[in-house]
Design a protein around this ligand. Structure first.
Ligand code: SAM
Length: 217
């Protein structure tokens, strides 16, 4: 039976995952510590339990996926999370990325557009005692009631950077977003400077499910 209790196998598998992420270049110890803490096997269908700590994406229903741990760690590392940072995540999905951010001390608002996923994931995160603001809606508009944010992370592929996300970022804030076409996206780090200008740094390439909405596909 699947319970919330970790088995020795889960803990051992997580240690191996952390070692694999280090090997692939994830150097921020706080990100690695969060990966070591979050029970990824509870965020995916029980049929995949014994594969949960492989560095792979898995289907989570509604045509969506839980991102590969490397992708989660890569995006999280770029965010430079500080305790109590006010963070917006777009694309709650399985809730795994949300749990990592909350473990790192983020004050998180996470938004998901698929109602079934939203309801299921909100229930899971609450059961696991991960506290945040979980919202149903189109995150391509950001989420104005809790703005402005220190950090914004988009976990679906966008055709362009939505203007609303830049508007909802604090001065000095960081937005991490994959931008591209349906086949491949480039990860971008956007930093809002004190003079209001935006520094845009293009990073590695990834493949995400599409960001669908008003300021998206
Ligand atoms: N962070 C997720 C995780 O840890 O499992 C990744 C989930 S998946 C790669 C991307 C998610 O973005 C999907 O659940 C999808 O429904 C959601 N999504 C796509 N467009 C969206 C939008 N405009 N607003 C909110 N969520 C969106």
């Amino acid at each position: 039976m699947l319970t919330d209790k970790d088995t020795y196998k889960d803990i051992g598998a997580r240690k191996q995952l952390v070692a694999a992420l280090k090997e692939k270049g994830i150097a921020d110890q706080r990100v690695l510590d969060a990966v070591m803490k979050v029970p990824r096997h509870l965020f995916i269908h029980k049929d995949f339990r014994f594969h949960a700590y492989q560095d792979k994406a898995f289907p989570i229903g509604e045509g969506q996926t839980i991102s590969q741990p490397y992708t989660v760690a890569y995006q999280t590392q770029l965010l430079h999370i500080e305790p109590n940072d006010h963070v917006l995540e777009i694309g709650t999905g399985s809730g795994y990325q949300a749990a990592i951010l909350i473990e790192m001390g983020a004050d998180l608002t996470s938004i998901e557009r698929q109602e079934k996923l939203y309801l299921k994931t909100k229930k899971l995160l609450t059961r696991l005692n991960y506290k945040g603001n979980f919202i149903l809606g189109d995150g391509s508009n950001g989420y104005l009631p809790n703005a402005p944010y220190d950090k914004i992370i988009v976990t679906a592929g966008a055709p362009k950077v939505p203007e609303s996300l830049l508007n909802q970022l604090k001065t000095g804030g960081i937005l991490i977003i994959p931008v591209g076409d349906n086949a491949v996206q480039t990860m971008h780090t956007l930093i809002k400077k004190t003079d209001g200008s935006i520094e845009d740094i293009a990073m590695n390439q990834f493949r995400f499910v599409p960001l669908i909405g008003n300021q998206a596909w």
